[in-house]
Design a protein around this ligand. Structure first.
Ligand SMILES: [Zn+2]
Length: 375
């Protein structure tokens, strides 16, 4: 009997932080390469550092003007929301060992995972949470709500109510001023307060404001998962993108990258009036048996027109077959379970060992990623 590697051949390390990606062998090497590039790119330009330092004194309308001007000046291809560089290399990697047996990313015969999350940015956003949660509930969804513990007045009644209704509560940084990662000293100080909020909300997850990130520093989080990475998003101040569209293990954390374009980008920067880009990305993620993790903000879904676009997309989600709609904490828990499984080769057949193996299934890389999948 031979035990085959499941998520990766051996724990890969970035310094002291072990990394284990969704698939073993060459695919793992490729995901590691892209992750490392993201880790190197994930730093702020001096302009952004100065901007965040002086931001408290910049009037909000002028800030919005600056942000809009900067975002509109970014020159992107029509398919900017697809990680095409990564997937092109990924398909080439798959073609080198198409029969490789792997554990399907998702449990219970699901083809993909869908996960709704919200970052609540302001007091105004807090006031719009209930309306958005109710809209999701009428369509059968529950989601994760990321609150900023030291920016606005927290509504503990609302937080408890959301939890009672089956939603998840997470922590979104410290005070959302863009300076969390400015120095190790600032980060360490704020992390004590972030961890206190995680304990207070009984949270399992964290997302850094403006999706700034340093996963090595973030090992100090008392959380099960982080959701600050992304596959591709050219509009972020801290640029980069890991390319891959599945969770992975980064040290003590499960990392859940967001893979759907953010509402602010689509509705405010690009002025989209329909969910067509979300729908196109969802189809791409389905083709790759991936995770559609979405970030929207009650603050930006603040008009009837914006809410209608989100509502239309949720209705489209309802029509998806074999999509596992789950809270991020459930996906992180599944990912740890899958990560602990092994494939055992006995005579000529393979089986999965681990608990609960019956939720998992074996497949080959070529059936997961047929060559006709786009990208
Ligand atoms: Zn935010």
């Amino acid at each position: 009997m031979t035990t085959l590697a499941t998520t990766t051949d051996a724990p890969l390390s970035q310094g002291e932080m072990p990394l284990r990606f969704a698939f073993p062998g060459r695919a793992s090497d490729l995901m590691q390469q892209h992750f490392r590039r993201d880790a190197e790119d994930a730093c702020l330009s001096w302009k952004f550092r100065m901007y965040y330092r002086f931001r408290p004194w910049i009037p909000v309308p002028f800030r919005q003007l600056l942000q809009r001007g900067r975002n509109r000046s970014i020159d992107v291809a029509n398919d900017w929301f697809l990680p095409t560089n990564f997937t092109r290399a990924f398909h080439s990697t798959v073609s080198q060992d198409p029969d490789q047996q792997v554990i399907h990313p998702w449990p219970d015969q699901h083809q993909m995972a869908v996960c709704l999350t919200h970052d609540v940015e302001t007091d105004t956003g807090v006031g719009l949470v209930d309306r958005l949660a109710t809209l999701e509930e009428t369509l059968g969804f529950r989601s994760a709500w990321n609150f900023v513990p030291h920016k606005y007045k927290l509504d503990h009644g609302l937080i408890a109510d959301l939890q009672d209704r089956g939603h998840e509560i997470c922590v979104h940084g410290y005070n959302h001023d863009g300076r969390l990662f400015e120095s190790r000293r600032i980060f360490n100080h704020r992390m004590q307060h972030i961890n206190a909020a995680i304990r207070k909300f009984h949270s399992k997850g964290f997302r850094a404001p403006m999706v700034h990130r340093n996963l090595r520093w973030m090992q100090a989080l008392d959380a099960d998962y982080d959701a600050s990475c992304f596959d591709v998003d050219p509009f972020q101040a801290m640029s980069g993108g890991i390319g891959s569209m599945w969770p992975f293990i980064a040290g003590k954390l499960v990392e859940l990258p967001y893979t759907m374009p953010q509402d602010h980008t689509l509705l405010v920067t690009l002025g989209e009036t329909t969910p067509r880009i979300w729908i196109e990305k969802l189809a791409f993620l389905r083709q790759h048996s991936a995770m559609a993790l979405m970030i929207t903000h009650p603050d930006y879904l603040d008009t009837a027109a914006a809410l209608k676009v989100y509502d239309e997309f949720l209705k489209h989600l309802c029509e998806q077959s074999n999509a596992w709609s789950a809270l991020p904490q459930e996906i992180a828990q599944w990912w740890r379970t899958r990560d602990a499984m092994t494939i055992q080769l006995c005579d000529s057949s393979s089986t999965i060992t681990g608990d609960p193996a019956k939720r998992a299934r074996l497949t080959s890389m070529s059936s997961l990623f047929p060559t006709n999948a786009t990208g």
